[in-house]
Write a new protein. Structure first.
Length: 474
């Protein structure tokens, strides 16, 4: 992608990681002009964030990626503990639940981060967008009307800028936003993508090797021929060179160096948890690792990042395209920062063995009940709750009705007259029953949460106006 004709855009997204690409997809389907710039020459090549939680699967499904996620991913394998070259027995580290009508995804899904980014980029291109690679941010300034970004490829003017450029965010540092955090575990960790000779190790389990030198795991990555290797070290920086990775596997497992046929990518890190003191500075927003850094043990970092984008995308769309008050953008930090703090705590406790990977890790119970956009309750639900799935008749699901960049007004078991809206922003649906809802009216936000709920339409018009919806009542 050339910058020649892209001197101005509505939203400039710095970073082509999961949050940046998810945001770009969401904005593209809303008709918002967005430019994604990435300092690297290509997408991130490693598996790093490999776990897709059930709530994130719902988000990706709404973005049009449900089939791709099913095709390229798979369930998390059950752990197999090894000791001195012998199998000690299985250990399942995840809560697994059967799908229900309200929660169609019941278990974590494995897909390497490079694949997640690959399918997000493919979807972005389908929607008419793209990424400008080898374009690093060198500086920025902002005024009342927008942001001017200086890139190695030229200067870009945008109404808003979103930092999706990772834990060492150039944007965050340029703004002087600090991150408060802690070292979760002082032991350094190596992570790598390797290939193992087929006869040497099966792909049916997540293999866990316990040794005096530290734990090493080899997890088969669905849809690939790779294993993700993770190894803890007592001290010192791990050597990430291919020959050192092979030697490490031979030293801590029953495999030989020759069984590691390829080292495709490797990196090292020290697990830490950190949270930015604010997620916004004027017309600049922080998402993903630029706003919060997690221990990978909880499988929450990538998932929280994608959901940051999902929350911010519809709000930018309403302000830029549909006349919603700019104050709507204030609710991004108000809603997402408490969630990020909660998930950071969860990740840290899981890393330290203080909490299991239970229902909380699936993120289906997260919501915004105490948030600024929550108004009312009805039936079995309260505003701010995740809007459950369920049958909608004629072979359809409620998620089929919700899918897309619109709001949905759901009327369950009531004949209250429904308002209309001039345009594609609102769909209405009336049903006699919806098991997880109970009786009432529910305005479902574009990100799948209930914004407003009530027994009748009292207060709905006023609430909707603050979101850029102009409802008409007969």
């Amino acid at each position: 992608m050339e910058l020649n004709n892209v001197k101005e855009t509505q939203v400039l997204i710095v970073g082509a990681g999961p949050s940046g690409l998810a945001l770009a997809c969401d904005l593209a389907r809303r008709g918002v002009r967005a430019l994604v710039v990435e300092k690297s020459a290509a997408l991130f090549p490693g598996s790093r964030g490999k776990g897709i939680q059930p709530r994130t699967r719902e988000v990706l499904d709404d973005l049009g990626l449900g089939d791709a996620v099913r095709e390229h991913g798979g369930p998390a394998p059950v752990g197999m503990i090894w000791k001195e070259g012998e199998r000690e027995g299985e250990y399942d580290m995840f809560r697994r639940a059967a799908p229900t009508e309200a929660e169609p995804y019941g278990e974590p899904w494995m897909m390497p981060q490079w694949r997640t980014q690959e399918i997000l980029l493919g979807r972005l291109r389908e929607l008419g967008g793209d990424v400008l690679f080898s374009a690093a941010l060198t500086g920025l300034s902002q005024d009342d009307d927008g942001v001017t970004a200086r890139l190695t490829t030229g200067e870009v003017r945008a109404s808003y800028l979103v930092a999706a450029d990772g834990g060492r965010s150039t944007v965050r540092r340029a703004l002087g936003i600090t991150m408060e955090g802690e070292t979760v575990d002082p032991k350094p960790t190596l992570v790598a993508d390797v290939r193992i000779a087929e006869a040497a190790l099966d792909r049916l389990n997540w293999h866990i090797f316990l040794t005096g030198a530290g734990m090493l795991t080899l997890c088969p990555l669905p849809g690939t021929a790779d294993f993700q290797l993770v190894a803890q070290f007592e001290e010192g920086a791990p050597d990430t060179a291919p020959e050192a990775v092979r030697a490490l596997v031979a030293a801590r497992t029953h495999l030989s160096e020759g069984d590691v046929t390829e080292v495709r990518w490797s990196s090292e890190f020290t697990p830490r948890a950190a949270l930015a003191d604010r997620f916004r500075e004027g017309r600049v927003f922080l998402t993903g690792d630029a706003a919060h850094v997690h221990s990978p043990a909880g499988g929450q970092g990538l998932n929280t990042s994608v959901q940051d984008a999902y929350n911010l995308g519809w709000k930018l769309g309403q302000v830029l395209r549909h006349g919603a008050p700019a104050a709507l953008l204030d609710t991004y930090e108000q809603e997402r920062r408490p969630v990020a703090a909660e998930m950071l705590g969860l990740s840290t406790r899981i890393h330290r063995g203080e909490q299991e990977r239970g229902a909380a890790a699936q993120q289906l119970g997260l919501g915004y009940r105490e948030g600024p956009l929550a108004s009312g309750r009805a039936g079995l639900l309260e505003s701010g709750d995740r809007a459950p799935d369920g049958p909608a008749g004629e072979g359809r699901r409620l998620f089929d009705l919700f899918r897309g960049p619109h709001f949905t007004l759901l009327a369950v078991g009531t004949d209250t007259p429904l308002p209309s809206h001039d345009g594609p922003l609102l769909r209405t649906f009336r049903t006699e029953t919806a098991g997880a809802y109970g009786r009432g009216l529910f305005l479902v936000r574009p990100d799948g949460y209930i914004g407003w709920a009530g027994e009748d339409t009292s207060g709905l018009a006023e609430y909707s106006a603050e979101l850029g919806l102009d409802l008409k009542f007969a």
